[in-house]
Write a protein that binds this ligand. Structure first.
Ligand code: SF4
Ligand code: SF4
Length: 169
């Protein structure tokens, strides 16, 4: 058995989409462009803000297992990173979501992740904020970490005790 490996991944749309430069965003770009064709603003808007990628994961025998243990800097109400600008300094294993991360095998982004969905030929779900027009829709649809039984990593020593089998990871 491989040594369990903990890793994080950063969500990249930690800003309010309303503050983004809409002029640089092609209407319904997610239906027209491949991931590699999106500009930075479009790429960031694609994140649904679920926060699930900031949960700790274990890789055991080549399979990824999610835990209900969150990064200590993840705000479970907003589902946003509390140290976004300095995340890589404070959390060395926090990762960017880039093409390499999206295509990594075994898959460690949740199966609802917008990047993974589009890259694998799926459409964005109705609850995605880009589709609904409501940034709260991901939470209302219960696809984010908000309202889940989640514990901070600062309270945990054995991650194996917290493996979960949620259907949307
Ligand atoms: S530092 Fe922020 S972005 Fe990185 S894993 Fe923690 S909460 Fe997520
Ligand atoms: S799992 Fe994907 S969609 Fe959800 S917060 Fe992370 S990068 Fe964004």
């Amino acid at each position: 058995m491989n040594t369990p490996r903990k890793h994080y991944v950063v969500t990249i749309a930690r800003r309010d989409p309303a503050s983004e430069a809409k002029s640089r965003v092609e209407p319904e770009f997610w239906k027209k462009k491949k991931l590699e064709e999106m500009n930075r603003t479009e790429w960031e808007l694609l994140c649904d803000g679920c926060g699930k990628c900031c949960l700790n994961k274990l890789e055991i025998d080549g399979a990824i297992h999610y835990t209900c243990v969150r990064c200590r800097f993840l705000d479970t109400q907003s589902c946003l990173c509390r140290i976004y600008e300095n995340r890589f300094e404070k959390v060395p294993d926090c990762r960017s979501v880039d093409l390499k991360a999206v295509r990594e095998k075994p898959r460690f982004l949740p199966k609802t992740c917008a990047y993974w969905l589009l890259d694998n030929g799926y459409e964005l779900p109705a609850w995605h904020p880009l589709v609904s027009g409501d940034k709260e829709s991901v939470h209302k649809a219960m696809k984010s970490v908000r309202g889940r039984l989640i514990i901070s990593e600062s309270e945990v020593t054995h991650y194996e005790d917290y493996i979960v089998d949620w259907k949307d990871i």
